[in-house]
Design a protein around this ligand. Structure first.
Ligand code: SAM
Ligand code: DTB
Ligand code: SF4
Length: 330
């Protein structure tokens, strides 16, 4: 498990040396021409009680996003079917909740949606906020293969961004997800006013997970009007590429997902991120509330680069089978 010093030494190598190394590591574990396509759907938008300073869905900020109701299973299904038909191999459903609780009618409805979506043959990922062991087990039994719960930034910077829950709360949820045997999808956001040291400390925490995260979304802040971070400055593409390359070297078996903020990058910037080790993207014109490049645009970019969508479960077991139910931390 790399120390902070080791991560910093990797991160600060001359850029071309760094990318050459991340490409070498990538080639040892992944087919270099494959890209995982994951489609996102916000099944419950806005009205969230939490105060995450980057998020348009927090009810604390006047962002123009109205609180919606949980989508019915019957309304989610055709969207998931379309995503599968368009070539997505993972379907990720997000809810603007603090968390979920067993026995709650909304949680039951979510389980039903997972069961139905699971029949379509895609990996099923959900991101529903905090949960405990019971909820995690029920989600896994319903067919969830991966649970997304980001640490978002370093332990030290977290409290400057969110006050309604703690970094430790995030780790506790992740531990429940691991105990239930679901794959952990966990990453962060660049652009929250963090330092380079914070970014590397975030990676250090991810590297300490046991088992390591199955996928690591690297989001660039989409500055959302009305949030405290609306005026944050954009991410330098070379800094993003360095972090992706460092993550690829430190977490060789994880899918590294170039996530939110891709619409702010040039095609060349995205290509450099892919070359440095990013092998997964969100696919479809919308993230949760923010825009994403359109599916046609992405397919054209992949074709131009000679990349192809990753077939479902190509030559590896389903994620839930690789994630042994072990605690994240002692
Ligand atoms: N409520 C759940 C939670 O907080 O885990 C699930 C939904 S939440 C919107 C999922 C993730 O989206 C966050 O952890 C964060 O990494 C990312 N995110 C939210 N707003 C973002 C923004 N404006 N720019 C980039 N990433 C964002
Ligand atoms: C993740 O790390 N990024 C996605 C997904 N997990 C749920 C969400 C990005 C949200 C971007 C802002 C928005 O759409 O509101
Ligand atoms: Fe709520 Fe998640 Fe947004 Fe935080 S990131 S305000 S928990 S929806």
């Amino acid at each position: 498990m790399p120390t902070l010093e080791a991560l910093a030494a990797i991160y600060h190598r001359p850029l071309f040396d760094l990318i050459a190394e991340s490409r070498r590591v990538h080639g040892m574990h992944w087919k270099g021409d494959e890209m995982q396509l994951c489609t996102l759907l916000s099944v419950k938008t806005g009205g969230c009680s939490e105060d995450c300073g980057y998020c348009a869905q927090s009810s604390r900020y006047d962002t123009g996003i109205e609180a919606g109701r949980l989508m019915k299973t019957a309304d989610v299904l055709p969207i998931a079917q379309q995503a599968a038909a368009d070539g997505a191999t993972r379907f990720c459903m997000g809810a603007a909740w603090k968390g979920v609780r067993d026995g709650d009618a909304k949680f039951e409805q979510m389980l039903e949606t997972v069961r139905e979506v699971g029949r379509l043959g895609m990996e099923v990922c959900v991101t529903l906020g905090q949960l405990g062991d019971v909820e995690a087990r029920k989600l896994r039994e319903a067919g969830v293969t991966a649970y997304n719960h980001n640490i978002d930034t370093s332990p030290g910077h977290y409290a400057k961004i969110v006050s309604t829950h703690t970094f430790q709360d995030r780790l506790d949820t992740i531990r429940s997800v691991q105990r239930a045997g679901m794959a952990v999808c966990c990453g962060g956001i660049l652009g929250l006013g963090e330092t380079e040291d914070d970014r590397l400390r975030m990676l250090e925490v991810l590297c300490a997970f046991d088992p390591p995260p199955e996928s690591v979304p690297i989001n660039c802040l989409m500055p959302m009007p009305g949030t405290p971070l609306a005026g944050a400055k954009p991410i330098d593409t070379f800094e993003l590429v360095r972090l992706i390359a460092t993550a690829r070297i430190a977490l060789p078996k994880a899918k590294i997902r170039l996530s939110a903020g891709r619409s702010l990058l040039s095609r060349e910037g995205q290509a450099l991120c892919f070359f440095a080790g990013a092998n997964s993207i969100f696919y479809g014109g919308k993230l949760l509330t923010a825009p994403n490049p359109g599916a046609d645009e992405d397919l054209a970019l992949l074709a131009e680069l000679g990349l192809r969508p990753q077939a479902p479960y190509a030559d590896q077991p389903r994620p839930s089978e690789t994630a042994a139910p072990q605690p994240a931390f002692a």
